[in-house]
Design a protein around this ligand. Sequence first.
Ligand SMILES: Cc1cc2nc3c(=O)[nH]c(=O)nc-3n(C[C@H](O)[C@H](O)[C@H](O)COP(=O)(O)O)c2cc1C
Length: 250
Amino acid sequence: MSFKFQNDDARCKAFREVLKQDWTKLESAETDRGRGLPKPSVTKTYSEGAIFDLDHDIKDISDKTLFEVVNSRRSTRKYQDVFMTQKELSYLCHMTCHISKFGPGYAMGVIPTGGATSSLETYLYLHKVKDFVPGLYHYMKDTNQLRLIRSDITPEMVNESTLNQLRGAQVIFYWTATPYRTEYKYSNTSHKMIAQESGHACQNLYLASEAIGYGTVAIAAYNQIAADRLLELSEDEFVIYVAAVGKKII
Ligand SMILES: Cc1cc2nc3c(=O)[nH]c(=O)nc-3n(C[C@H](O)[C@H](O)[C@H](O)COP(=O)(O)O)c2cc1C
């Protein structure tokens, strides 16, 4: 038996096509990889801004089981007014963005990415983290460090970009997509995979937060123009997903 809904909105019908991809029609020869064009870099590198090491001694930070974490996770929108520690920040970064294997045109780490094309970049607005000035940081995939890229960011600017969803969170994660990294290999079948990749990152953030007494809320309802402006992105890169993380009120 099939469902039949009464929705004649042509825009919805057009957008649904992005979610339906026919891989039998992907002609490798018609991709930029098939044409022999150079591989796009899977990393973005800033040349300026202070660099901060993360703590790699983080294995013992949680004693919860995966079963407990998965089953107790809830979207969290109210937080304690405390500072996150550097170890906690390091743990969240490791669990959502850590890369362990690199090569030309590919990167492999804690989240699966379509064809290892690693289309995402991660930016963090550190609002209340001990020993870090508030500001916008970029996660450096090649060295697993953070780089301060903007220290002039105010909570008001973050609220503008998140449609007032900062709500006192300690950290805001902004994930951006650089579609060409995936399009190079998979052409028009890329876009659904890129969105799915961001979902993997955010789910890891949900679970990692829960493991250490923090809560996350995914934010799809953000202001695209304000978020892209906040991160000073070019037209080849744009925000695709946002999440707030804060210390849970018990
Ligand atoms: C793709 C996606 C986008 C979401 N966007 C928002 C958002 O912008 N603001 C918000 O408060 N919650 C957002 N949420 C959280 C959902 O409201 C939440 O997951 C849902 O109510 C179920 O609650 P739970 O996560 O506690 O199970 C989003 C969730 C997903 C998966």
